[in-house]
Design a protein around this ligand. Structure first.
Ligand SMILES: *[C@@H]1O[C@H](CO)[C@@H](O)[C@H](O)[C@H]1NC(C)=O
Ligand SMILES: *[C@@H]1O[C@H](CO)[C@@H](O)[C@H](O)[C@H]1NC(C)=O
Length: 288
């Protein structure tokens, strides 16, 4: 018998088995390397589970900034520096979260993400990186540290970073101070004010749309169904004209400084007016 091989033989073909297995191993390997390559992030005081709840909730709040980079320049005592900063991500390896680069391209670490401290008030969040490179001749040769003040600004996720000042005249506890603005530092009430404002603009937009629908719809109705021409095509034309006249009269009454004293010759010559006029003249002619 020389019939075709049963299909089962294809499935246990050793080459195929080998390929399938190596594919599986490759996938497992990729998963393992991804797990071990977890990105370095801010480390607060205390092991997992022993960290302060306030600090860890602030850390969660700042997450939208983790993929942002900040850079600013500043001249300090005649020296020009570039500062690079990231929130809970390394700027240049070695756990550096905020670095200072001088003209010779030498990098000095001002603070590290593995020594992060966080605190907040109603309109700000203060991020502190400690464990920077040690001072040489200042501040008792302690490690440098950087304070970054994040100030509430409803309108932006991140503004430009500014170098505020450097304090190194103290015998110890010196610091570099930076600031930038972000909506993340605003309290829920601040953000509510913003949504109230947008409620106001939504109302205005709704009103404008209704007005447009009224005018256009009314116009089409008058023109196509009633068959009106000219000014008559406006919806409730007579009513709005009356209202206009009424408003004009009101303005005339309220705003005019001199009494209205127009000579008869300048008045319009409608039939009814003529009648009035003749009556007035008649009154004058009456004998006293
Ligand atoms: C933070 O990282 C730096 C550099 O890797 C290391 O020298 C330092 O001991 C670390 N600090 C803490 C508190 O783990
Ligand atoms: C600080 O942040 C926490 C968590 O986001 C918040 O509940 C608290 O109200 C903030 N503190 C102040 C004083 O606004």
């Amino acid at each position: 018998m020389h019939g075709p091989l049963p299909p089962l033989h294809h499935h246990i073909n050793p080459v195929r088995m080998f390929l399938a297995h190596s594919c599986l191993y490759a996938m497992v390997l990729v998963v393992i390397t991804n797990v071990t390559a977890v990105e370095k992030t801010c480390d607060l005081i205390g092991d997992k589970g022993q960290e302060s709840h306030k600090e860890s909730s602030l850390l969660t709040k700042l997450e939208p900034l983790f993929n942002q980079s900040f850079e600013t320049e500043s001249t300090n005592e005649g020296e020009h520096y570039i500062y690079k900063f990231r929130v809970c991500r390394e700027v240049s390896g070695d756990m550096a979260g905020l670095v200072q680069i001088n003209k010779l391209n030498q990098t000095r670490v001002l603070g590290r993400i593995n020594e992060t401290h966080l605190t907040n008030g109603s309109k700000w969040i203060l991020l502190i990186y400690k464990g920077g490179d040690a001072y040489n001749n200042h501040c008792g040769n302690e490690n440098r540290k950087a304070f970054v003040m994040i100030i509430c600004n409803r309108k932006t996720l991140k503004s430009r970073l500014t170098m505020v000042s450097e304090e190194r005249e103290k015998l110890k506890d010196c610091s570099y101070i930076f600031e930038f603005e972000s909506s993340l530092a605003c309290s829920p009430e601040d953000l509510e004010v913003a949504s109230h404002l947008s409620v106001g603009s939504i109302l205005i937009i709704t009103f404008a749309s209704l007005l447009a629908v009224y005018i256009i719809g009314g116009f089409l109705y008058q023109r196509l169904l009633v068959g009106a021409k000219g000014m008559e095509q406006f919806p409730h034309c007579a009513f709005w004209q009356d209202l206009g006249n009424l408003v004009a009269d009101g303005c005339d009454f309220v705003c005019r400084s001199k009494p209205r004293n127009v000579p008869a010759a300048y008045r319009g010559v409608g039939d009814d007016q003529l009648g009035e006029e003749s009556e007035e003249r008649d009154d004058h002619l009456l004998p006293m």
